[in-house]
Design a protein around this ligand. Structure first.
Ligand SMILES: *Cc1c(COP(=O)(O)O)cnc(C)c1O
Length: 468
């Protein structure tokens, strides 16, 4: 005999029912209250799994810089290491050793004079890495100022159009940001603009290798040379931290003669995102210092309560170890040769896309995938009258699943609206050409059915289903 449950179904039917015939899935999922009872694991899984379909397909997200394609071996390693905590260096000594190896390998990749002796750490991403690099510069500047008996009240940092993590760094740690605004066709920093903003309170200069807005590399070597001259003229010794979030794992493979790294004496530290062109799964970044002197001891904490006495310099405590392990797998699996081939394919696809998009509409390429990261960006040609905006085009492309962001540039070029594509591992030439087909169709549609009210920068559609 079957037992009856409160809602009239039976235990027997609860066990045997198809998930979608179950009472569990015959209701909306809770969003604003903590559920009282349990849900069958299979039903809960189906429900959550299905909701995630609404996220769309990450491979078609051409806005992100981050990894969206992984080898099956990486998925295996991630599953095998789901229990490993990066902070428990005493409990998981081999994971800690692998992290150390990665730091030295990256130091070698970035031409550290003594890669085996270098100091650095993995982080959750470039944002945390930037905080650590910035803090080290602030500490060193403050020590020097104190030793000279001078004020330490008004530190500043000089940069080009930076990623938001540097705005965060400056606000969180009370540093004035001197961000060089864009001007006319100049969308990145120049040595002249950097030097104009430097003074005795400058903790450091941060060029970006792969500017977020356009993908271009900022001229690190020229900026370093200008700072050398500034020191010769005035005695001011201002260090460089390179934000190599993307470029840190591109330039060494595809542009090995470009001097942007520790080959330049003035570069004291570098960050990069392992989960971008480092090709690791989401959740890993790196920061490496030229040598121990550039990481003040004061910032390193020793904890003994995990067993052992471990120095740590991080904003987080616990975090997963799988990303670091996968990063090591990638280094081993690909080597310089493998990385070069993958990234070269991305550059070729970006350049092919730039050519095709030029022909697709009244577009002007602002960056075509040469001299920066494998990306491209364009605007609508000046003086051309089209019945749609790039925001409309982005919105229309969403109907076929593509995410090709349109956005306004930062000060002083807010008037300039651009659209950008990032070409990453796993976005092949065939997909790229199918995207072009969809773009042509979208442009056709928008030309025939001119939007009565075009979308602008403030209309960015928020696609989420939190509330009811
Ligand atoms: C992505 C990016 C960051 C932030 O990196 P996360 O790894 O996402 O934290 C910082 N700077 C630049 C130039 C970037 O492209």
């Amino acid at each position: 005999m079957a037992l009856h449950t409160t809602n009239g179904s039976t235990l027997r039917s609860d066990v045997l029912d198809d998930a979608y015939a179950s009472s569990d899935l015959a209701r909306q999922l809770p969003a604003f209250y903590f559920p009282k009872g349990e849900t069958d694991a299979r039903h809960a899984y189906e429900a959550v799994h299905d909701e995630l379909m609404l996220d769309g397909n990450s491979r078609q997200n051409l806005a992100t810089f981050c990894t969206t394609w992984l080898e099956p071996e990486v998925r295996d390693l991630m599953a095998e290491t789901v229990d490993k905590n990066m902070i428990d260096k005493d409990e998981y000594p081999q994971t800690a050793a692998i992290e150390e190896r990665c730091v030295h390998m990256i130091a070698d990749l970035w031409n550290s004079p003594e890669a085996a002796e270098t100091i650095g750490t993995s982080t959750t991403g470039s944002s945390e890495a930037a905080m650590l690099g910035g803090l080290a510069m602030k500490w060193r500047w403050r020590e020097k100022r104190r030793a000279e008996g001078k004020s330490t009240d008004t530190p500043n940092l000089v940069c080009g159009p930076v990623q938001v993590c540097w705005h965060k760094f400056c606000r969180y740690w009370d540093v004035e940001i001197r961000e060089i605004p864009m001007e006319g066709d100049r969308l990145i920093m120049t040595p002249e603009e950097v030097i104009k903003r430097c003074d005795e309170n400058t903790i450091g200069v941060v060029p970006t290798l792969g500017v977020t807005y356009t993908g271009q590399y900022e001229p690190v070597a020229d900026v370093a040379a200008a700072l050398d001259k500034l020191q010769a003229d005035t005695g001011l010794d201002i260090p460089i931290h390179v934000d190599g979030a993307s470029g840190g794992f591109l330039a060494p493979f595809c542009d090995p003669d470009l001097e942007w790294d520790f080959r330049l004496e003035r570069v004291v530290s570098i960050n990069a995102s392992g989960h971008k062109f480092g090709l690791a799964p989401l959740g890993v970044g790196w920061v490496v210092w030229r040598d121990r002197d550039h990481l003040p001891n004061d910032l390193v904490f020793n904890v003994n309560y995990l067993g052992g006495n471990m120095p740590t310099f991080a904003l987080n405590f616990s975090r997963p170890g799988g990303e670091v392990i996968s990063q090591y797998y990638n280094f081993l699996r690909l080597g310089r040769e493998g990385y070069r081939k993958i990234q070269a394919a991305c550059y070729e696809t970006a350049q092919a896309l730039a050519k095709a998009i030029r022909k697709t509409g009244p577009f002007e390429m602002l960056y075509d995938g040469e001299g920066g990261i494998p990306a491209l960006c364009w605007s609508i040609k000046e003086g051309v009258d089209v019945p749609y905006t790039l925001f409309d085009l982005a919105d229309r492309l969403r109907t076929s699943g593509w995410l090709v962001p349109a956005y306004a540039m930062p000060p002083h070029r807010e008037d300039l609206v651009i659209q950008r594509i990032l070409v990453r591992h796993g976005f092949g030439r065939d997909m790229a050409m199918l995207l072009i087909e969809d773009m042509k169709r979208a442009i056709d549609y928008l030309t025939k059915h001119s939007p009565s009210q075009s979308l602008g920068p403030d209309d960015a559609t928020v696609h989420n289903h939190t509330g009811r």
